[in-house]
Write a protein that binds this ligand. Structure first.
Ligand code: ATR
Length: 286
């Protein structure tokens, strides 16, 4: 929205995080509001951890329409909210808050955004095995959504095997999906990778340009999709090798777009204009 168009009817949404200067969500969400001609503005809020409780009170006090929530608040914000979606309860993390006349509803659109990007790409739940590398917060959101949508069997691969096992224990009763765990060295296991249709990197490895773990890229099926939740550097070190092996790839921009699209709809009730959102996001990331 042009500054001149802000008036007494304008609704404010934003994002709480620390740090926040890097966020590209304002570009993406403001492009969406503009494309749909909606009277909303999206702004970044630097919220220190010690201020989180007061910042959440501020959502009510200032009548914000809602917020996105990012690192390091996604888990701790739960205690300050009124109700949670099933997804947020299962993941124990919130990335979107909706202010319903002072009642704060917490949802998590990360995993569903990930799923939407898979569906947009055309990978259906019946197409083969999944390898999920990493067992942190983002792995949790992705795992829950994959299981709820019926993807699998899923193998969780992590440096610290105890964390992979703990993730498995948390969700093994969620559905019928067969879950297993393996240590990182298993990425060289040709038998597993031969059956895999989707390999996801949810670790931060590669963020600072370091090489990815040895992985038998060449034995994966020709149509195996490599999905890195990171999007920097482009291509990420996980995807660089996939590219060399001529495999198809998605990076974290796809998930970022779709989690944002779902948040947009939660706040406005309007289906998200993906084309201008994608355009604004990719431009902001250049
Ligand atoms: P996020 O919320 O982004 O998922 P996180 O919860 O800190 O972040 O999880 C980070 C993940 O990256 C973990 O799976 C972590 O592995 P460990 O559980 O063994 O710590 C993984 N990770 C980070 N740096 C790594 C490295 N250098 N080698 C292997 N795995 C790494």
């Amino acid at each position: 929205m042009a500054v001149q168009a802000i008036n007494g009817q304008t609704r404010i949404v934003g994002i709480f995080g620390d740090p926040i200067a890097h966020t590209r969500s304002p570009a993406m969400q403001n492009a969406a509001f503009q494309a749909c001609n909606l009277p909303y503005v999206y702004v970044p809020y630097l919220v220190r951890p010690s201020e989180l409780s007061r910042a959440v009170q501020g959502i009510r006090a200032l009548n914000l329409a809602g917020v996105n929530v990012t690192v390091p608040h996604k888990e701790r914000i739960i205690r300050y909210l009124d109700t949670l979606s099933d997804e947020a309860t299962l993941c124990r993390a919130v990335n979107t808050v909706v202010n319903r006349e002072g009642h704060l509803f917490g949802d998590n659109t990360d995993g569903r955004g990930f799923l939407q990007s898979l569906q947009e790409y055309g990978l259906s739940p019946t197409q083969g095995e999944v390898v999920l590398i990493g067992a942190g917060g983002s792995a949790r959101a992705v795992l829950v959504s994959l299981m709820r949508a019926g993807y699998g069997p899923i193998t969780i691969v992590n440096r610290t095997i105890a964390k992979a096992k703990s993730l498995l224990r948390s969700y093994c009763n969620l559905g019928k999906t067969q879950l297993s765990t393996l240590p990182l060295g298993a990425l060289q296991d040709a038998q597993l990778l031969k059956r895999t249709s989707l390999i996801i990197n949810s670790t931060s490895v590669g963020l600072h340009g370091e090489d990815f773990f040895p992985l038998a890229y060449g034995v994966t099926p020709r149509n195996c999709l490599f999905y890195d939740l990171l999007y920097r550097p482009e291509p990420t070190s996980f995807l660089r090798r996939a590219q060399k092996a001529r495999r198809t790839m998605l990076d974290g921009r796809a998930m970022l777009l779709h989690q944002g699209a779902l948040a947009f709809t939660l706040w406005t009730g309007v289906s998200a204009p993906l084309i201008p959102m994608r355009g604004a996001l990719f431009k902001a990331l250049q």
